[in-house]
Structures are given as C-alpha cells and as structure tokens.
Design a protein around this ligand. Structure first.
Ligand code: F6R
Length: 426
C-alpha cells in the first residue's frame, strides 16, 4: 500500500491534490462553472443565530479557517468550540444555532460527546466527516463526507486539506441558500468597512425590535458587493484549479531545496514560533501542531499582532519564527510585514511561507514582497489562489518541513510517541 513512499505521512501529503479533487468532485463539476450541491443536505434553522463548529486538534484548526471563510463571504457568525470544552459553553446555544462536528475519524470521543450534548438540547446538528458510517456521522445524521480516502499516518495531512475544501463547499451551500436564511441578532460583520453599511446586510431600523432584524429583501450580493452567483463561480473555479496548484508546490524544486535548508537549520532547535494574521493564523497553529507532534520541537502558534503583547520577550538570535504571509489579504499584508520587522530587529530568524509572487503586477504588493524577502532568512513561495483556498497551499510546505525533520531525527512520523490515530477517550 505504501508504494514507493517510506512513510504513510509522506504518501498522504503527496495524495492531497487527488484527495481535494475527490472532496469536490460531483459537487463542483469539471465543466460547469457553478456548484451542484445536491448531495449536501444540511437543514438550516429557519432563523439562524450562528454556526458552531465542534472539533479537536487539526480538525479544530480547519474549523477556524472555515469560520474565517464563512464570516468573510456570508456574514453569518461562526463560533469554533473545542469539543472537549463544549460542556461549559453548550448553554450559550439553542435551536437557532446550527452545530457541526468536524472529524476525520468520526470516532473522536470528545467530539462525539459534544455533538450528543447539542443534539439532546434539540439543536440542529450535522457532520463533516471522512470515515463513512463512523459514530459521529451516524449521530449527526446529515452533513458531508470528505471522501479523501483512508488516512493511515497519525498526523492529519490530507484530511486537513479536505476539511478546508469541504468547508469552502459548505460556504458555497450557505451562499446558495443565503436568500432563504434569516439571521437573527444585530450583526456587525468583521469585514464590513467601519461606518459604512454592509451592501448585503442593511443596518436595522431603529424602530424594529431586535428579533426582526432580518435580511429582507433577500440577499443578492456578497461581502465584496459581488452578485452572489458570480462569487459562487469565482470560488468554484478557484477550487477546481487548486489541485494543479497543490501539485505545483509538491513538485517545485526550488521549494524542495529551500525546505532542505530549513530542515538543516531547524533539526537541532528546541523551539519555534509560528505567526499569521487573518486566515494565516489558523495555518500558523496547524504548522506549530505538526512541528510538535511529528518533530518533537516545541512550537507555539500565535496571531502575529499578539506577539508584542508578551511572547516577543522570547525572541533572540536562537528563535526561529515562521510567518505565514498572504498577499491576497492587502489589509493584513502591511501589518504582518511590520510584525516581521519587529521580530527581525530583535534578531529572530524568520522563515516565511508566502503567496506573494514575483510576477504580481500590483506595485504595493511588489514593495511589500521586497520587504518580506529581505527580512526573511528563508522564503517559500506558493502559488497565488483565491484567499479561501490559500490555507491549503500554505500548509503543504509546513507539513513537509515537520515530516523531514522527524526523519532526520530518526522519529517514525507515522507513529509519533503517545499519540493514536483516533482518540476514543475523553
Ligand atoms: C493532528 C491530529 C489530531 C486530530 C484530532 C481530531 O495531526 O491528527 O489533532 O486532528 O485528534 O481527530 P478527528 O479529526 O479524527 O476527530
């Protein structure tokens, strides 16, 4: 089954383009531009308060990416809850919420128990699950399978990519149903420019009671003011192009030789920090988790802007700092470059994963790219994609770095110590 691969983890990293294709096939067709989401049946509460994701570990980080994508594209509020903590937060949710469990194995005890708590409260539940017929899939009773194939390596790699792809598809599903979803409460979406009314969600009239602050007339435009149908086509075509871009990362010789250098630099280190902003933040968390569990190097993921509020005290010439720099998020780009400079002036060794492309014609992006490259000791560039898809591309080099360090250190990456593929105890 391993074929020519020395480990399942490496095999599964390389299987990701095909796995992602399997997740969207039948849902996003090769020829038609829009989404055909007929196999997805997730009942949405008639008046939706929020979407709540329940998950653990890597699946939790995928849910944070889902939160970012759904809130950005639909303005529906999303909460990510660690399944193991849901016991204390469950009281905040009711039948106006939709609870979705995200799990590769479908057997994680914490996620299963959290889902049962939600179900017992009469909340509408669903699952994003890989293993067909698993407990979580059966309890959820509705949702989406990832169809990413069996994942054998203990560390989640291709399941993570497929979870993000499934969350993008779920976002499209919400977009398709947006005109019929009524969202309750007074929502000020994060991406609405301050002081400007959102194009899709008009401000409530002062004489309306809060319970009737509904989207009426039906939503026809997305967060960017783009007609909904056009934005669905944009995301569909980005998803369809994604496997080719992923393959590009996996077969890029410059990327591989930079990874060689990073591995040589990292393998005897004790600690590392991973930083990102916006959609790059959960990618940083996932990068740090892979580094910890596979390479046994202590790694912390942090929002890049938070570092100056404490962790910056850790920075000296011995501290490697990974930055996830997304060029397609222009607001975040300038700020994260400032954060990189804060680290660089304190001697931190910067390793950057970016989708800034040297060919990008935007002058401002070009200038930032120059700064990024001059500050970084090592830079890995992945291809540009739609912001929704970029986390999948950013994660691939981080998976490869963790894998390669493990192998260099004589660790079996498929069986890291103290870990099991499914965690069936609470
Ligand atoms: C990390 C990893 C774990 C799992 C977590 C949840 O690489 O694999 O953190 O993501 O145990 O597992 P599932 O998704 O099976 O519920």
């Amino acid at each position: 089954e391993l074929g020519n691969y020395p480990h399942y983890m490496l095999k599964e990293i390389y299987e990701q383009p095909v796995a992602v294709q399997r997740t969207y096939s039948g849902r996003i067709g090769p020829t038609h531009k829009s989404a055909n989401l007929l196999d997805i049946k997730i009942t949405l509460p008639p008046q939706l308060n929020s979407i709540v994701f329940l998950a653990c570990g890597t699946s939790y980080y995928a849910s944070q990416i889902g939160k970012y994508i759904i809130e950005r594209e639909t303005h529906i509020p999303v909460r990510c809850e660690y399944a193991s903590e849901f016991l204390t937060s469950a009281r905040l949710f009711n039948r106006q919420d939709l609870v979705i469990a995200i799990s590769q194995s479908g057997e994680t005890a914490d996620t299963r128990e959290a889902l049962l708590i939600a179900k017992r409260k009469g909340i509408e539940v669903a699952g994003l699950v890989n293993v067909v017929g698993s407990q979580i899939a059966r309890i959820a009773g509705q949702g989406m399978y990832l169809h990413c194939g069996a994942e054998i390596g203990v560390a989640s790699t291709k399941a993570f990519a497929c979870q993000v792809a499934a969350l993008i598809i779920f976002m499209l599903y919400l977009k398709k149903h947006l005109s019929s979803i009524r969202v309750s409460g007074d929502i000020t979406p994060a991406h609405t420019p301050l002081l400007e009314p959102s194009p899709s969600f008009p401000s409530p009239q002062p004489n309306q009671p809060s319970s009737s602050r509904l989207f009426d007339p039906p939503v026809t435009k997305d967060v960017n003011g783009q007609p909904l149908e056009e934005s669905i086509v944009r995301v569909c075509s980005a998803l369809r192009d994604l496997p080719v871009l992923m393959q590009h990362v996996l077969s890029n010789t410059t990327t591989m030789s930079t990874i060689d250098e990073i591995v040589a630099f990292m393998k005897d280190r004790k600690s590392a920090i991973f930083l990102g902003r916006g959609i790059g933040y959960p990618v940083a968390l996932e990068g740090a988790l892979k580094m910890k569990e596979i390479s046994y190097i202590h790694a912390e993921g942090y929002p890049a802007g938070e570092v100056k509020h404490g962790p910056i005290a850790l920075i000296d010439e011995d501290m490697p700092v990974f930055f996830i720099v997304s060029a397609s998020d222009s607001v975040v780009l300038t700020k994260i470059v400032n954060n990189m400079e804060e680290i660089s002036t304190r001697g931190g060794k910067i390793i950057t994963v970016t989708d800034c492309e040297p060919t990008n014609s935007d002058e401002k992006v070009q200038a930032q790219l120059k700064r990024v490259r001059s500050i970084s000791a090592y830079t890995i560039s992945v291809p540009c994609s739609d912001l929704c898809c970029s986390p999948i591309l950013f994660t691939i080099p981080l998976q490869l770095i963790a894998y390669r360090i493990a192998v260099e250190k004589g660790i079996n990456p498929d069986r890291p110590r103290n870990l099991a593929k499914s965690v069936t105890v609470e």
